[in-house]
Design a protein around this ligand. Structure first.
Ligand code: AMP
Ligand code: MG
Length: 407
């Protein structure tokens, strides 16, 4: 068990976990310095007016959807409202999964996006509707502000790499020529033309909303909870999450996993009401392949140049400029005011990488960022540094310039 695992936390996924779901795990006093219901004891106990956190008012339910475990936790909600809201949220996630699946699935009828992708690839006009257009519009705006680094029009590249499949991971990188063929069509949201009920692409392409649909779904889940009158809740979709309200007098709290240390936390922070926290990481879906290390020549004098071999990690976050997985980042965590923006921004900043993410964060309006590079160095903007608690980072901790938002 990782040393930092607080007894009160339930690990939901490979990226993040949250505290406060109410299960009493085995007590580990070593972990008492972490954020958990431990805080209850440190909250002002004499205060008569403030409501004090009561663990028995937490309710948690899990379900599996969109390839991940989703956990909904409410605080102080009536049981029937909690149950009904979770049922609706589960339906929504399952519906989203069917609708926004970019490619056909065996034994399932084609969903809306898979059908539209068939037409976009064939250069045909496809039927769309208001909801679809709304999603496309939102994705286009996020793509623009990310300067094209979040690019949901690279569905063909994701498929070529084999990261579109839920289960088995690919074993080999695709041929460079196949990547180049797709890149030569300049896939981007700017290729799309649409009316109220149709959509077409100037160049053949396929859409893949995998980089932000989870955030979009988490936002809709929060809408559902609010519609039921639930004021305090946390929706955690495989470690990407959004909270509303607080647990009485204490905020929801989360831990961020270290991208290279399995289930061990690198950081902890509190989620303010309404905030979304999303992480993109190169450890979520990846394979390794032995390749030649062109920086390590072996036989200076030989006919055929020979190089040392190295293991190359290929993961699911593609740099739309090269067609290859981004190479310098291990993980990015962002906090923003909604899930769709947080999800897209985490993907975009991951691609931007060290030294470049600040500009993209500013243009996407992101105020809190933590990035870990492949060497283990941690980059924080000052506002994030003020609210995050790091645990034993492997590399250096580097403070960026403030992310001032242009007026
Ligand atoms: P995330 O885990 O949110 O960073 O999203 C990764 C998923 O988004 C991948 O599995 C792809 O489906 C898709 N994707 C990969 N690279 C990009 C990119 N540069 N822009 C938009 N979506 C991407
Ligand atoms: Mg994302």
């Amino acid at each position: 068990m990782p040393r930092l695992l607080p007894y009160f936390w339930i690990l939901l996924s490979i990226t993040l976990c949250f505290a406060g779901c109410g299960r009493d795990e085995s007590r580990d006093d070593e972990a008492a310095n972490t954020v958990s219901d431990f805080e209850v004891k440190t909250s002002p106990s004499g205060s008569q007016s403030a409501k004090v956190f009561d663990k028995s008012l937490l309710k948690t339910q899990n379900f599996f959807a969109m390839g991940t475990m989703v956990q909904v936790t409410t605080y102080d909600a009536p049981a029937e409202k909690h149950t009904a809201a979770v049922r609706d949220i589960e339906q929504l996630f399952l519906h989203f999964y069917r609708t926004w699946q970019p490619w056909e699935k065996t034994a399932e009828p084609l969903g809306q996006l898979a059908l539209i992708n068939q037409d976009l690839l064939a250069g045909r006009s496809s039927g769309s509707n208001r909801k679809f257009n709304q999603l496309v519009l939102e994705a286009t705006e996020l793509s623009k502000t990310s300067r094209g680094l979040f690019n949901p029009a690279i569905g063909e590249l994701v498929k070529l790499w084999g990261f579109n499949r839920d289960s088995d991971l690919p074993k080999n990188a695709p041929e460079t020529s196949a990547i180049q063929t797709i890149l030569s069509r300049n896939p981007g949201m700017h290729q799309l033309r649409y009316t109220a009920n149709s959509i077409q692409s100037v160049q053949p392409l396929a859409l893949d909303f995998g980089g932000f649909i989870k955030g979009y779904a988490v936002d809709r889940a929060i809408d559902i909870l609010r519609d039921y009158g639930i004021e305090s809740a946390l929706v955690n979709a495989g470690g990407d999450l959004r909270a509303i309200g607080k647990k009485a007098n204490i905020p929801w709290a989360v831990g961020v996993l270290d991208p290279r240390r399995g289930q061990q936390f690198l950081a902890q922070l509190q989620v303010q009401p309404g905030e979304a926290i999303f992480t993109s990481g190169d450890y979520e879906r990846y394979f390794e392949q032995e390749i030649e290390d062109l920086t390590q020549p072996l036989n200076a004098g030989g006919d055929q140049p020979k190089f040392a071999k190295k293991q190359q990690r290929y993961h699911h976050i593609i740099d739309p400029r090269t067609g290859y997985p981004a190479t310098k980042t291990a993980s990015v965590t962002v906090i923003t005011a909604n899930g769709a923006q947080a999800d897209a921004a985490a993907t975009a900043l991951f691609v931007a990488g060290p030294g470049k993410w600040e500009t993209v964060a500013i243009s996407m309006g992101v105020k809190y960022v933590m990035m870990v590079d492949v060497e283990g160095n941690v980059y924080l903007n000052p506002a994030m540094a003020n609210r995050i608690r790091l645990s034993d980072p492997k590399g250096a901790v580097k403070l960026s310039v403030p992310l001032t938002i242009p007026q």
